[in-house]
Design a protein around this ligand. Structure first.
Ligand code: NAP
Length: 273
């Protein structure tokens, strides 16, 4: 019998997860279908329960429901507990398992696919939403020199810094307002805001990017103002497609116990194969 999975979010129409999981299923001969579920704000639990009652086996969760998904899960992986946010649910006879594969997807894309080591780097993370909660732990594990989290609502960045303080090691780990970035330079700037989805970007100082800097936008499938801004200032610019494919592969492992190859799927999605 075909097993059913889906990505749930608001908005969700732009998600490429169905194409990615269909490609993984073909490549690994797994009998699965994977759909998109648009969920009204405030209706997360009832929508997920209906999916589960109809026999659904697992969900990916996209914005803005990752914290609600954490609450929905009855058991959490260590990385989900650390993040307090869940982007994968697996419905098992024993309960609802929640995991977070965003951070592993991001660091794998940067360090393995792009070959850009994070150790000893000065990293700036823009945004303190569900995606940032998922990536801060894995970023700190890479032992950067500095990790600064900047957010429009500064108190949310401060919450993140407090939450992960014990994992900072020797890293300079702090929260910041956008206005306080003047005069600072970073080797890696990761845009984890949703501003690009509506064609906006936070105000950034022009000298932010160190020579040879990597500018990584988690948004994929479009050129955002952040990408244009970073490119015009000499940074190497990458979108979040690689992160998406890598976090999807981690989800596929959780659900199916098989690791699919990611390079052919990324090449197909980029139209280079
Ligand atoms: P979220 O929980 O809704 O958080 C949104 C974040 O963006 C908040 O920090 C918010 O700041 C900030 N923001 C929104 N509009 C802004 C603006 N105009 N100026 C400055 N900051 C703004 O969303 P999320 O789940 O963290 O996702 C964030 C982005 O990452 C989305 O675009 C999502 O598609 C992408 N993402 C991609 C992947 C991938 O695999 N490639 C994985 C996860 C997420 P405030 O706190 O001040 O409101």
């Amino acid at each position: 019998m075909t097993d059913t999975y889906a990505v749930i979010g608001n908005p969700v129409a732009h998600s490429k997860s169905p194409e990615i999981h269909a490609a993984f299923a073909r490549a690994t001969s797994q009998d699965v279908t994977y759909n998109r579920i648009f969920c009204e704000i405030g209706a997360f639990s009832e929508t997920v329960r209906a999916f589960q009652a109809a026999g659904g086996k697992g969900l990916n969760i996209t914005l803005p429901f990752k914290h609600e998904a954490f609450e929905f899960a009855t058991r959490h992986s260590a990385r989900a507990r650390q993040a307090g946010a869940v982007n994968v649910l697996a419905f098992k006879a024993t309960g609802v398992e929640g995991d977070n594969t965003d951070g592993a997807g991001l660091t794998r894309d940067i360090t393995v696919n792009l070959g850009h080591a994070l150790r000893g780097q000065r990293i700036l993370l823009l945004g303190a939403g569900g995606a940032s909660f998922g990536v801060v732990g894995p970023l700190l594990e890479e032992a950067p020199l500095a990790l600064v989290i900047v957010n429009r609502t500064v108190s949310k960045a401060e919450v993140l810094v407090q939450r992960f303080a014990a994992a900072r090691g020797r890293c300079e780990f702090s929260a910041s307002a956008y206005g306080a970035l003047a005069g600072r330079q970073f080797d890696v700037v990761i845009n984890a805001t949703s501003a690009g989805l509506s064609g906006e970007m936070p105000a950034l100082p022009a000298e932010l990017f160190a020579p040879g800097a990597l500018a990584y936008d988690m948004v994929y499938g479009k050129t955002t103002p952040f990408m244009q801004y970073a490119q015009a200032r000499g940074a190497a610019v990458v979108d979040g497609l690689g992160m998406l494919v890598e976090q999807a592969a981690e989800s596929f492992v959780i659900w199916r116990g098989v690791r699919p190859a990611t390079a052919p799927v990324m090449a197909a999605l980029r139209g280079t194969r």
